[in-house]
Design a protein around this ligand. Structure first.
Ligand SMILES: Cc1ncc(COP(=O)(O)O)c(C=O)c1O
Length: 379
């Protein structure tokens, strides 16, 4: 087979810079080792066995998923230790039991007494064992019970009484994405740790063993100074990084492993615009950098070597059209690449951008495409 190069790809295409990805993985691995915790990667970002094999501690896991479809896919590839880190709903329990029947140890999470009652009812009716973590809210970001609340003890005691041992506590400090300094991320990591450990201690004081204390987001995992009392850390975006992470100074732009290859299809020179064949279908509508000090529009434009190009960004996006222009809005002297020229656009948020594609084009040295890796989406 003849080698394929970047310049030969039909666009838009999702590029994965393998060397950058491997560097990012090594950085997280070093950090988990330093902190003395096990690492349970979140695979919702990559949804690919080739990527996940590089970040798992063993071929059987552990991993974290955000959908049961992810659990199905990774189970089919031999992963057996899976944490489904979205609160469980009753209509998913048949699916959970099918996964258990395939030999998967699928840990569930919940944060309400209603869900605990529902689970206990199904466990009894189906004569099943379920592994459960209680989600706590460490930062007001989204879901979870207050670690100081009576609800925490009530849920745990109810589960234990119903014969469902509580495996532990889980929290995700998603507010780390809103931090405005590295110090604030470090403080958020400590807040996440302290809340989870405190919740676990309350359960232990009530006689519940609570062996698992699971925390993590990419910023807090990478900036935690210590994780005493924590047993495992989770992160997903770190494998690729993105502009939101660069805007938080969690990584540099040249650490970002994911980009969208696009082609120039026209110009509106009087407006300083160059039109590309990559719009929001190719990049997603995520505007995560809009609330950061540097707004990157729908993505930062780079040359084929992945270096930022003349301070160009995508200032607008229609379904299949991207509008590339200078960040400053300058029209005089704007760079107008010719029709047919290619650029790489670095995305705001890796998860929704990658979700638009069925495969990664893996990029090696010298613009060579060394592999095509499948990925999937949906539920
Ligand atoms: C429960 C949970 N854990 C871990 C993560 C991973 O965090 P990140 O996407 O910052 O890597 C997420 C991401 O949304 C999550 O929802």
């Amino acid at each position: 087979m003849t080698n394929q190069f970047l310049e030969q790809l039909e666009t838009p295409a999702l590029l994965l810079d393998e060397a950058r990805m491997d560097r990012n993985i090594e950085r997280m691995r070093r950090q988990a080792r330093r902190l003395g915790v096990s690492f349970r990667p979140h695979v919702k970002t990559n949804k690919s066995i080739e990527v996940t094999r590089r970040i798992m501690e063993s071929p059987q896991g552990p991993i974290t998923v955000s959908t049961l479809r992810e659990a199905d896919y990774f189970a089919a590839h031999g992963v057996t230790d899976i944490l489904y880190a979205v609160c469980i709903a009753p209509n998913k329990l048949d699916h959970v039991m099918r996964l258990q029947d395939q030999g998967v140890r699928l840990t569930l999470i919940l944060d309400s007494i209603e869900a605990a009652r529902m689970l206990a009812g199904r466990a009894k009716a189906a004569q099943r064992h379920f592994d459960v973590l209680i989600e706590i809210d460490s930062d007001g970001h989204r879901s979870g019970v207050n670690p100081d609340s009576g609800d925490l003890l009530q849920i745990a005691q109810f589960l234990e009484g119903a014969g469902i041992p509580v495996q532990g506590i889980l929290t995700h400090a998603g507010s780390s994405y809103d931090c405005t300094s590295t110090d604030a991320i470090c403080a958020m990591a400590e807040q996440e740790r302290a809340a989870a450990v405190h919740a676990a201690q309350r359960l232990r004081a009530a006689g519940i063993a609570c062996p698992v204390v699971s925390v993590g987001s990419t910023p807090t995992a990478l900036f935690a100074e210590q994780l005493e009392g924590v047993t495992e850390v989770r992160a997903g975006v770190f494998v690729f990084f993105d502009l939101v992470m660069a805007g938080l100074n969690v990584c540099r732009v040249d650490d970002i492993a994911l980009s969208v290859l696009a082609t120039v299809i026209g110009h509106q020179r009087e407006k300083g615009w160059t039109i590309l064949d990559a719009g929001w279908m190719a990049l997603s509508r995520d505007r995560g950098t809009a609330r950061q000090p540097v707004d990157q529009g729908y993505g930062l434009v780079c040359d084929l070597d992945g270096r930022p190009l003349d301070d160009l960004i995508l200032v607008g996006a229609n379904q299949e059209h991207g509008i590339m222009a200078h960040r400053s809005g300058k029209i005089e002297g704007a760079l107008h690449l010719p029709v047919g020229a290619q650029v790489r656009i670095v995305p705001n948020h890796a998860c929704p951008t990658a979700a638009q594609y069925e495969h990664y084009k893996v990029l090696g040295a010298g613009h060579e495409i060394t592999a095509t890796w499948q990925r999937f989406s949906g539920w």
